[in-house]
Write a protein that binds this ligand. Structure first.
Ligand code: UD1
Length: 433
């Protein structure tokens, strides 16, 4: 098990290149198995969640050929099983996309119940409702295996009771190879929904309206091979934007779609950052103490819940009182207890955090409670006075590629070390002192 040791105090300065979107990649990889011809996926992030899904895809018999670190060729023509109970699949959220894609292609799928970060109850009733509307029978078997079968899938009109990224993608996947037309109303509009739809269309699907709240999927008989490049990761980009702001740095964040970052940019400008937008990059400059604001997480184009811990950490260092309302997941403030150990003044009541900005943080021994909170705590460590040791960084590696390398290249003082490797800790402290 690894941990990060961080010496805070360095402003982040320079350029960073953002990788492919993890959450788009999960939907796209699941979709890739629906063709019987080779599908080449480019700009794939090399993160644990993606690699686990690739192992699971290989486990059911598809050919998975890692062309290079960021490119994979998948051939779903050799799939032998629709049973996905690979040991690790339970730990990732994206595993449930195999339910939609295998059900769509083979009218049958058995997939272990999805895990993912423990940030709330995360039900899958809307996925189930969607599959059932298409004609599938969905049951949860012993051992937490979801079983979905259908004689045939027939297009239908589906109204989602909650705006769900996962349910929207899953229903799109299954409906793409169903008979007739499916209309998904109140669908999620996140950039990765559009990316998965574009990818499926590149294989021959007929999906219109992705990115709006009504998606129309005209089922086709089969898919053909394709070459597709995944969009940049909105949340990785946002995390570096906030890290630049928190450390009072100056960072050019490259390979992004600035439009996808609008909600984040708007909040950063509101609290006093300078943001310059270019075609495919944004520059974030903060050379003073920032100010307070209120943030409420909402489905896209609202402020993303996956940026809430990072933004709250920044506000905890800003002047005045901010209120952050988490309206998507009920258990997403677990990192607040860790920030308190570093000197933050935050009170959580229900889904609301009242943040009284402090002048600075002190280094501490802390632990990452989940993926995005882990990234937020790294940001806290980068700002804190003295040394921070952050445990449970496996969470961070699920969704950020080469996080410490990218931060170090921007001037951060941090290192990944073996848990309790006292010698390494001493060596790092000597090096940076
Ligand atoms: C995805 C992202 C996650 C992000 C979230 C919201 C992946 C792998 N994960 O998660 O990083 O934080 O979108 O942008 O892409 N809900 C139900 N019933 C359902 C499904 C969802 O009630 O069947 C609720 C959830 O509890 C939550 C809300 O809907 O309150 C949104 O969840 P959803 O958009 O589905 O999140 P995920 O797909 O799990």
């Amino acid at each position: 098990m690894d941990q990060y040791i961080i010496k805070g105090g360095n402003p982040l300065v320079g350029e960073v290149v953002i990788g492919g979107a993890k959450n788009a990649a999960l939907g796209i990889l699941a979709g890739a198995v629906m063709a019987d011809d080779p599908v080449l996926i480019e700009n794939l992030p090399d993160v644990d969640d993606v690699n686990v899904l690739l192992d699971a895809i290989a486990g059911i018999g598809a050919i998975v050929d890692r062309v290079d670190r960021h490119t994979v060729r998948i051939n779903g023509g050799t799939i032998k099983s629709v049973y996905v109970d690979y040991e690790y699949i339970k730990k990732i959220r994206g595993s449930y996309y195999l339910l939609g894609s295998l059900l769509g292609k083979y009218k049958e799928a058995q997939v272990a119940l999805p895990g993912g970060c423990n940030i709330g109850s995360r039900p899958i009733d809307q996925h189930k409702k969607g599959f059932e509307a298409l004609g599938a029978k969905v049951t949860i078997e012993q051992g937490g295996i979801i079983n979905a079968t259908a004689k045939a899938l027939k297009g239908n009109h589906i109204y989602l009771d909650v705006v769900s990224v996962g349910a929207t993608i899953n229903i799109m996947l299954a409906a793409a190879l169903a008979e007739g037309t499916t209309i998904i109303e109140n669908s999620a509009k996140e950039p990765h929904i559009v990316d998965v739809a574009n990818f499926l269309n590149s294989m021959g699907a007929n999906i219109k309206g992705a990115g709006t709240d009504v998606i129309r999927v005209k089922g086709v008989e089969k898919f053909h091979g394709s070459t597709y490049s995944i969009i940049p990761d909105q949340i990785e980009a946002g995390t570096f934007m906030v890290a630049a702001a928190a450390t009072r740095g100056d960072v050019l964040i490259k390979n992004v779609i600035p439009k996808h970052l609008d909600a984040i940019s708007a909040k950063l400008v509101e609290i006093g950052c300078d943001i310059e937008e270019y075609d495919d990059s944004v520059r974030v400059v903060a050379n003073k103490r920032l100010s307070h604001t209120n943030v409420k997480t909402l489905p896209y184009p609202g402020f993303p819940t996956d940026m809430q811990p990072q933004m709250s950490t920044l506000l905890a260092l800003s002047n005045g009182t901010s209120v952050v309302t988490e309206s998507i997941f009920e258990n997403r403030f677990k990192y607040v207890a860790e920030l308190a150990r570093m000197g933050a003044d935050i009170k959580v009541e229900g889904n609301m955090a009242v943040i009284n900005g402090v002048e600075g943080f002190m280094g501490a021994a802390i632990s990452a409670p989940d993926l995005r909170a882990g990234a937020a705590l790294v940001i806290a460590g980068l700002v804190a006075e003295g040394f921070t040791i952050l445990d449970q960084i496996a969470y961070i590696e699920r969704g950020y590629e080469a996080f410490e390398e990218k931060l170090t290249a921007l001037g951060a003082s941090m290192k990944k070390i073996d848990v309790n490797d006292e010698r390494e800790i001493k060596k790092f402290k000597l090096q940076v002192s």
